[in-house]
Each structure stands twice: as structure tokens, then as C-alpha cells.
Write a protein that binds this ligand. Structure first.
Ligand SMILES: [Zn+2]
Length: 129
């Protein structure tokens, strides 16, 4: 199975060159299960942030049990599930690989342009002729 372009289950939402945003959709089509992915390049390297909406495991306990757990432990357990078909999973993985390479390349090209501009400016300022 090969990756697809455009990719099933992967929605590209924004692209600022050094930062790309995707939405990975759940097979159940509920937006509550989706993953929001930010792939960004900065001075420290590549950062991939995946945002997920979680829910308490409300089906296993009563609300009073959750309230009691929150009062006594200070937190309640939450979890999230996203259901992907094989093709979507392959597309998800490839999107992370491709987006990481793209933002890195964009940042390197911009850095090279800045260095070139700095060298040109220094050369012009030191021109004695
Ligand atoms: Zn779902």
C-alpha cells in the first residue's frame, strides 16, 4: 500500500513555510476524535505537536464516582481514540515525514538567504573604492 496525494483522512489546513497544520480525521467522522497536528521548524529543530480532545471514561463510572475521584485524587483519568484505516495510517505517517522535511528545508533556505544578504551588506559597507 502506497501513500496518497491527496491523502485520505489527512486535511492540510495551513502552510506558512516553516509551519504546517493538518487535521487527521477519524473514520467515525466525528470531529471530536480528530488529531490536530502542527509541524514547525525553529532554532532548536523540528517540533511536532499533536492536539487531541480527551474525555473522561464516562461509560465506566457514574458522575458521582468521577466527582469523588476528582475531590480525593485531584484529577480524573481521560482518554482519546482515533480510528484509522490502514491507508489513513500510512498517510498519517508519511505526512509527518514529508511535513518535517518541508519545514526544515524552508527554514534552511531562509537562513541561507539571510546569511547571503548579510555577507553582501558587509561587502558593500567595506568597499573602499
Ligand atoms: Zn472517532
Amino acid at each position: 500500500m502506497k501513500t496518497q496525494v491527496p491523502a485520505e483522512g489527512i486535511l492540510k489546513q495551513n502552510d506558512w513555510g516553516d509551519s504546517k497544520v493538518y487535521r487527521v480525521t477519524c473514520e467515525c467522522s466525528s470531529p471530536e476524535c480528530d488529531h490536530n497536528i502542527w509541524v514547525e521548524s525553529d532554532d532548536t529543530g523540528i517540533a511536532v505537536n499533536i492536539y487531541v480532545t480527551t474525555r473522561t471514561n464516562f461509560w465506566s463510572k457514574t458522575r458521582w464516582t468521577h466527582i469523588w475521584t476528582l475531590l480525593t485524587k485531584g484529577y480524573v483519568d481521560t482518554e482519546s481514540t482515533i480510528c484509522l484505516k490502514e491507508q489513513q495510517a500510512i498517510n498519517y505517517a508519511q505526512t509527518l515525514v514529508t511535513a518535517s522535511a518541508d519545514v526544515k528545508e524552508f527554514r534552511n533556505a531562509r537562513q541561507n538567504n539571510k546569511e547571503r544578504a548579510t555577507i553582501t551588506k558587509m561587502a558593500n559597507e567595506q568597499d573602499c573604492i
